[in-house]
Write a protein that binds this ligand. Structure first.
Ligand SMILES: [Fe+2]
Length: 446
């Protein structure tokens, strides 16, 4: 550790402060999401797709205990009798409400005890070269884990029936025009990272990818654009759908994004317990991969591959290097992107000009997770770390990659390299998309 001569603070102290602040930020969000409903509501399962909120809460504490208290700290277990109950692989979501879960007061007390021990070990831990603790990785992983579950809990709130309990100001209004398409010239770029200290295993290693020229939408597909697809009979025309997508659409009788309902000649949309008219210039959210794919086909386009999404988000044509975010290497602020659950919906297109990429692609980070056409796999040279169950067990054709984070994603769990994945039928997540297409011969020569 190098001591700073100007401030008297060592890098280790600065890292400790940052970890403590990030842990506190995550915990205050978990607390908010679980304090706004009563105990019965916390124990209830609001959808078979989701856990009772109290399961997520205690699971967050259990993972923190396993990785930080026991593994990093080498301390005695706080309680090992509950490890099985909160093991996401042993307990499928649909079965979780029937488990002998810790009641809310006990779950909160457990989280508090674990957190006290983590603060205790944070005071003395040495950030050695051991990969689990270098740059505070395990702490960063646990911060991201809690924030990811907070986003899952937010999705549970969206599925919950009952009066509104969450409140937030509206996102900013558009201050720039962000329609149209952007040409991304052919060539190599660096995908993934070796250097972002809290990047997870599936974001590594950095590697070069060569792409032909392509065209990508400057903004996510909006409700207004999606309504035109519906109005044009998009949901009833099998031409636009893949065979698997069509079979799913028919079986589930899909005819609009989740949470939409006809309202006169337009649509209304239920979010977090309130009905609103669907706003035309907001990115569409709560669509599954198959719906995104069908819309793109109807529009004469396709979904971007994951590599195309990342090149549009990170590649800087002036230097040839890949940035951490579209706007540069600095962490996101409220001016860059709609993240951190500051708002409870996506922002209209054009609301974040300061967050655009050098090529002029807007709102890649925040607002809505964007479906890509790519199945979830390891980057070339992938090594599972620190456990196979974080990503490797999900590799294969079953899952599609989503990129960029949503309004419900925290900035600690969102980067230009961050990868999410889900089944192509899922839409309870905050998922939207943008389209892409191959560049025509005239376009690519420009
Ligand atoms: Fe988890």
């Amino acid at each position: 550790m190098t001591a700073s001569t100007t401030t008297g603070h060592t890098d280790g102290e600065r890292l400790r402060d940052r970890i403590a602040a990030e842990l506190a930020r995550a915990r205050s969000r978990s607390t908010l999401l679980t304090e706004v409903v009563d105990d019965a509501d916390l124990m209830r399962q609001h959808s078979p797709l989701m856990s009772p909120l109290v399961w997520d809460l205690a699971h967050v504490g259990n993972q923190e205990e396993l990785w930080l208290v026991r593994d990093v700290g080498g301390r005695e277990p706080v309680r090992c009798d509950i490890d099985e109950l909160y093991d996401a692989f042993k307990q499928p979501r649909r079965d979780r409400p029937a488990l002998p879960l810790l009641p809310p007061a006990e779950a909160r007390a457990y989280l508090g005890t674990v957190r006290d021990k983590v603060h205790d070990l944070l005071d003395t831990v040495r950030f050695t070269e051991r990969p689990l603790v270098a740059d505070g990785f395990a702490f960063g992983m646990i911060v991201q884990h809690e924030q990811q579950h907070d986003e899952t809990m937010l999705a549970t709130h969206q599925l919950r029936v009952g009066p509104a309990v969450l409140h937030a100001p509206a996102p900013p209004e558009p201050s720039a025009s962000a329609g149209g398409e952007v040409l991304v010239p052919a060539g190599e770029f660096t995908m993934g990272t070796d250097t972002d200290p809290w990047a997870l295993d599936n974001e590594r290693p950095a590697h070069r990818v060569d792409l032909p020229a392509y065209v990508i939408d400057a903004a996510p597909v909006t409700n207004g654009q999606y309504e035109a697809f519906i109005a044009d009979g998009g949901y009833t025309d099998p031409r636009w759908w893949s065979p698997a997508g069509w079979a799913h659409r028919v079986r589930e009788r899909l005819d609009a994004p989740m949470h939409w309902q006809r309202d006169g000649d337009g649509w209304s949309y239920r979010r977090f317990g309130r009905w609103d008219r669907v706003r035309a210039d907001e990115p569409v959210v709560h669509v599954c991969f198959y719906e995104a794919q069908a819309y793109a086909a109807w529009a004469g386009k396709r979904l971007p591959t994951e590599a195309e999404w990342e090149k549009a988000a990170r590649w800087d044509p002036a230097t040839g290097r890949s940035r951490r975010y579209p706007w540069g290497d600095d962490d996101p602020t409220a001016a860059h992107a709609n993240l951190d659950q500051r708002h409870l919906r996506p922002a209209p297109v054009g609301a974040y000009p300061a967050g655009a990429s050098p090529l002029g692609v807007h709102q890649l980070i925040g607002d809505v997770w964007e479906w890509t056409s790519t199945a979830f796999r390891g980057h070339p040279g992938f090594t599972a770390f620190p456990y196979r169950e974080y990503s490797e067990v999900f590799f294969g054709d079953d899952y599609r990659v989503l990129r960029g984070g949503s309004f419900g994603t925290d900035r600690s769990a969102c980067r230009g390299t961050f990868r999410n994945w889900d089944y192509p039928i899922r839409r309870q997540i905050f998922s939207g998309f943008r389209c892409a297409r191959d560049a025509g011969p005239d376009e690519s020569r420009r």
